[in-house]
Design a protein around this ligand. Structure first.
Ligand code: DX5
Ligand code: ZN
Length: 230
């Protein structure tokens, strides 16, 4: 399949009803989600705790698109096989999560998944300069990770630098945190192609009113597409 650089909206189920993940996943996919973003937090690397590989494995049969698993955990390496077994398509680790991100990315690919590397807001683009041939995705955090619903931190200069560093390699640039119809065009114009959005997608909707999810996704997509990628 050719590398797809078009805008993809990846709702984060961190903002879904935690008692109803299967129906929530089906609802967002039926209403325009391109990928499903799954935020794994360990209460150690980030000050919040979500779910582990057993829960992610239970989500898998509901996800018909791409299951994009964002690990906010340290260490990462002991859990890579468990997330492969859980059915992650993309597994993203933070560059700040340990001393051997290069080995981690090799191990993720070795386990049969696409490998992502995430950068906290305080980490420069150059941190991934020697990783771009090992990564399928670079995730630029536009909030400090741990919670949904935070204010967008402008990282457009970092996104532009990354796009230039990536060149024609088949590497996605994903934005995570505070993405909504106002901020999406900024990062799309800078060269991002995967837009994670939690609160901006789930706001006002429910599994009983999933058309709201559809409208929210469409509003983000229209704003991003209107910006025109650089
Ligand atoms: C933050 C998570 C994000 C989060 C985004 O730590 O990695 O995926 O759910 O949520 P919003 O879109 O509400 O900022
Ligand atoms: Zn995330």
């Amino acid at each position: 399949m050719p590398f797809d650089r078009s805008i993809k909206i990846a709702p984060s189920i961190l903002s879904a009803d935690f008692a109803n993940f299967g129906a929530e996943i089906r609802a967002i996919e039926a209403h325009g989600a391109d990928w499903v973003h799954v935020d794994v937090m360990d209460g150690h690397f980030v000050p919040n705790l979500t779910f582990g590989p057993m829960a992610v494995k239970a989500f898998r049969p509901h996800v018909k698109t791409v299951m994009d698993v964002h690990l906010m955990i340290a260490p990462v390496d002991p859990y890579i096989d468990a997330y492969a077994e859980a059915g992650a398509d993309v597994l993203t680790a933070h560059v700040e999560a340990g001393p051997h991100i290069h080995r981690t990315l090799q191990a993720i690919r070795g386990a049969g998944m696409k490998a992502g590397v995430a950068l906290n807001p305080g980490t420069p683009a150059e941190a991934v300069a020697h990783l771009l041939d090992l990564a399928d995705l670079v995730c630029v955090m536009t909030v400090n990770p741990g919670f949904g619903g935070q204010k967008f931190i402008d990282m457009t200069a970092k996104v532009r630098s990354l796009r230039a560093m990536i060149g024609d390699r088949p590497v996605h640039v994903e934005i995570d945190g505070g993405v909504d119809p106002v901020t999406a065009p900024l990062v799309a114009a800078a060269g991002a192609d995967v837009l994670v959005a939690g609160s901006a997608v789930f706001k006002g909707g429910s599994v009983d009113a999933p058309e709201v999810y559809g409208r929210n996704i469409q509003a983000i997509r229209a704003a991003a597409d209107g910006a025109g990628a650089a």
